[in-house]
Design a protein around this ligand. Sequence first.
Ligand code: ADP
Length: 662
Amino acid sequence: MPTQVKQFQAESKRLLDLMIHSIYTHKEIFLRELISNASDAMDKRYYNAMQSGETGLDRSELEIGLAADKEARILVVSDAGCGMDAAELEDNLGIIAKSGSLEFKKGLESAEDIDVIGQFGVGFYAAFMVADEITVLTRKPGADKAYRWHSVGADGYTIEEAAKAEPGTEIILHIKPNAEEENYDEFLESYRLRELVKRYSDYIRYPIRMDVESSRPKTKPDTASGADAADEVLLDGADAAEEPEWETYTERQTLNSMSPLWKKHKSEITAEEYEAFYKDNFHDYEPPLKSIHSSTEGLSSYTALLFIPSQAPYNYYHKDYEKGLKLYASGVLIMEKCKDLLPDCFSFVRGLVDSQDLSLNISREMLQQDRQLKNIAKHLEKKIKSELKALMEDDREKYEKFWKAFGLQLKFALYQSFGMQRELLADLLLFQSTGSEKPVSLKEYAAAMPEGQKAIYYAGAASPEKLRTLPQAEKFTDKGYSILCLTDDVDEFLLKVLRDYEPETAEGEEQKHLAFRSIADAAADIADTEEKEELAAQIEEHKAVLEALQEKLAGKVSEVTLTNKLKSHAVCLSTKGDISLEMERVMQQQPHAGDVPIAKAEKVLEINAASPVLSKLREKYAADPSAADTYAELLYGQALLLEGFQPDDPAAFCAAVASLMA
Ligand code: ADP
C-alpha cells in the first residue's frame, strides 16, 4: 500500500488549525477525549460481540492503558476496543466525525469562542493541542491486518499497513516541547496524568491503568518477600536508627474509581459518604444541610446529586459568584459549572447531574441537547423546591438555618422575576411577625388568622419589638392580628409583586386571595361600618381646622385627616398609593442618576379622632386661627419621629414645643 500523504477534509483542517494554535487554557481535556473514545470503542466491541453471538469476550478484562515515556516525550493511550480498518481510519480521523463536531466548528468563528472546547470537547483532534505528531495503531478484532495512521498536523496524514498483536487501538502522541509560557512536560508526569483521570474520567466504567514508579525500602535478603516484610523493614529501620536502602519499583495502578457514588442506590449510601463526597468535591468545611439524590427515567434520564450548603460561600452575595452544577455525560465530566441547570433562586445549590442522553461531543444537534438540558433543569427546580418545603415542614430548625443563609436570595429572585416564580417560591418564604417568636411562613400566618381578618398585614421595622411601637400597630395587635415584620429592603417590593397570597383550600372551598396590606397604608382600615360612619361625621365637623392644617403643611403631606385606627397615639403618618415611606427610603439609597426624580410616597397626616389633642386643637383654633400653625408643626414633627424620621426643621419643631410648654 503506497504511503501517499492525504489531505484532511477542508472543515477538519480548519478545526485542526484551531487546535494546533489553540490558546485554550485547559488543553488537558485532550486526555478526557481520548479516554472517552477508548471507552466507547470497548463498548462497541462488546456490543458487536454480543450481536454476533461471540462468546469468550470477558468485559471485565477490558482496560484502558496509559503509558508515558518522558525521554522520548511519548504518551500512549491504548484500548482493547473495536479498532478501525483503513477505510474507517480515513472516515473517522480524516474528516470531522460525522458526529457533529462540524456543527461545533460552524459555531466557532473566532478564537475567543475556544472556551466551548472544554464544555463539549472536540474529540480526537483535541490531541493536537498537546502533540505535534500523532500515530494511531489499530486492529479490529478478528481482522488479520492492522493499520497505522500518522499525522504531523495540518499538512495531512498517511495510512499504512502495520503489525499489532492485540485487537484495539493505541493512540501514540508525541508531546510538544515546552514553549514560552506553555508547559507540556506535565502531560508526561504520572502524578499529573493521575490527577487528570481523577478529575475528568474517574467514572469511566473500564479501569484506566498505568505503570507507576514508586520507591520503597529495600527488603533484607533474609526476610520473606511481600507487603508484611516491607512493613517490618520500616520498623526495623526505625529501631536500628540506620537509613534503610530504597529501591524503585513499578506497579500497575488503576487510576479511576469507576463507580460513581451517585450511581449507587440511595439505600446503599450512608450520610457520612454523602458528606465526605460533598466536602471533597465542593470544597466546603461544613457538612451540607441537605443532600438530594434523585434519578429520573423517561423523557430525559439523569441522576442528580445535589447539596444545600449550610452556609453561604463568602462571595455568594457578590457579583463574581457563579452558580452551576457539574455536568456529566455517562460518567464523563463535560462541564464544570453548567449554569443553565439552576434557576437563580436556587443558585446556592451545589452538585452534579449525570445523563446518558447527553453526548460527550457537541455532536448531535445542539438544539436537542438544549432541550434535554431544559427538561432536566425544570425537573430539578421542582425537586429542589419540594425538598426545601419538606425540610421546612420536617426539620424547622434546619430550615431556619437555611433561610438565614439563603432566604435573601430567594426573595431577590422572586422579586426579580416579577413574581413569576411565585408558584415555586411563595411557600418557601419566612417572615418575622408580631404574632410569634419564631419566623412564620405565609401558610402558617394565614392559618393562624383570627375570624374577621381579611388581609395579611405588614410593616417595615427592624424587629417585631420595634414594630409594636409604631402608632398604627396597636389596634391590629389588640384585635389579635399578627403583623409581618419586614426587615430586608427587598421585602416590601417583593410583597408588591406577589400582590396576594392564596392559601391552600379544602376541597370544595372557595379559593381565597389574601391581599398584602401595609398597616401604614391610609386605606388599611379595620373599623366596622358604624365606626366608619362616625368617623366621616367627625371629619365633616372638623373640616375647617383640618383644612387649615393642610394648608400649613402643603408640599409635605397631601392630606390631613382624622382616623380611628390609633389608640394611645395622637397622630401618625400614613401613605396613599403604591409607594410607602419605607420604599421611598430604599429607593433613595439605591444608586440613581442625579437628574432622575425618585418616586415619592404620598403622605397623609392622620390625627386620632378620639385623642384629647383634637378637642384642644379645635378649641384653640376657634379662639385664634393662627394656632393651627403651631399645631401643624408639632403634629407633623411627632408623626415623623414615630416613623423613625427627623422633623424637617428640628429647630422650628423644638421652638413649637417650647412655646407650648411656656
Ligand atoms: P466522536 O467521538 O465525537 O465521534 P472523535 O473525533 O473523537 O469524535 O472520533 C471520531 C471517530 O473516530 C469516533 O466516532 C470513532 O468512530 C473513531 N475513534 C476514535 N477513537 C477511537 C478508538 N480509540 N477506537 C476506535 N475508534 C475510535
